[in-house]
Design a protein around this ligand. Structure first.
Ligand SMILES: NC(=O)C1=CN([C@@H]2O[C@H](COP(=O)(O)OP(=O)(O)OC[C@H]3O[C@@H](n4cnc5c(N)ncnc54)[C@H](OP(=O)(O)O)[C@@H]3O)[C@@H](O)[C@H]2O)C=CC1
Ligand SMILES: O=C(O)C1=N[C@H](C(=O)O)C[C@H](O)C1
Length: 253
């Protein structure tokens, strides 16, 4: 079966990566791509007007839409997919709690898969963190993420997911975002640090320190292609699922 895709944010960094990765695969085909600034071709695909998204869904009837855009547009695209009966894969980060609620509403109509990070390395890092934190009870934890200088949200969606993993395995902790002035560390807090520089695709480090030792778990994405490949794997996996809320870890099982 060839999975038919709609792609949003076609002129964005990730939109372009998704179109490039899709061109190299024979298990899926791009039915259409949209942008708020249509007209140009990206990776040989004509970019259509995002204002026509609902009409494009109706005329092309894709299996899945892949979305890497912004929090507001992600919700709007998901809701249009829910109306049209089209599955939705999104890696858009920076969603508010209300945004996630809205996305989950769409999941009552169609299959929706959200992942703050589509790399296999981050999936493995998350498993390692969930094992290391209880094994190193009482150790201080500091999380540092580094991204390119055009990233809008901080901390990254991946950092927030890892923080939730830490809370899951050892209970809710205070999150201290950077430190300045008189700012001694309190027991149990998790320090969170966001760096923005150059064109770094994405790095996450979880540092655990105590008992005269430290453990550092670090993931570095070498390029955005790794995220695009994971999102396309998720799209082919999601194509024949029932309505519901799905996670990237299920794709990797
Ligand atoms: N989960 C993961 O693995 C990854 C997630 N991301 C996330 O993906 C998202 C996009 O990242 P990136 O590609 O670097 O960002 P870019 O800014 O390069 O691209 C985002 C594109 O989304 C579209 N867009 C943005 N805001 C709106 C809006 N309000 N309405 C409609 N379209 C909008 C624009 O495309 P156009 O004008 O063409 O419509 C824009 O070019 C971010 O949230 C980022 O954190 C990034 C990498 C990996
Ligand atoms: O904006 C990015 O670039 C990335 N965003 C995601 C995030 O917020 O975690 C994933 C990846 O690290 C790249």
């Amino acid at each position: 079966m060839t999975v038919s895709l709609g792609v949003t944010g076609a002129t964005g960094r990730m939109g372009g990566e998704v179109l490039a990765a899709a061109a190299d695969r024979d298990d899926l085909a791009v039915a259409f791509a949209v942008s708020r600034s249509p007209g140009d071709e990206v990776e040989g695909v004509a970019v259509e007007d995002a204002a026509d998204f609902a009409d494009l869904l109706a005329s092309h009837d894709p299996d899945v839409v892949v979305d890497f855009t912004g929090p507001g547009s992600c919700i709007e695209y998901a809701s249009a997919c829910a109306e049209a009966g089209v599955g939705f894969v999104t890696g858009t980060t920076g969603l508010s709690e209300g945004g996630f609620d809205a996305l989950r509403e769409s999941a009552s109509e169609v299959p929706v898969l959200y992942a703050s990070n589509f790399s296999r390395g981050i999936a493995a890092l998350r498993r390692a963190v969930r094992e290391a934190v209880p094994a190193l009870d009482g150790y201080d934890i500091e999380l540092t993420e580094t991204h390119h200088n055009a990233k809008r949200d901080a901390p990254s969606g991946t950092a927030l997911t890892i923080l939730d993993d830490i809370d899951d395995v050892r209970g809710e902790s205070e999150r201290v975002h950077g430190r300045e002035g008189e700012a001694p560390r309190s027991e149990g807090e998790v320090g969170v640090h966001a760096r923005r520089a150059g064109d770094i695709a994405g790095e996450h480090e979880v540092l655990l320190a105590g008992n005269h030792e430290s453990l550092s778990l670090t993931h570095r994405a070498g390029s955005r292609g790794v995220f695009a490949a994971g999102a396309l794997d998720a799209a082919t996996w999601l194509a024949d699922r029932d309505a519901g809320w799905y996670d990237f870890t299920e794709v990797l099982e």
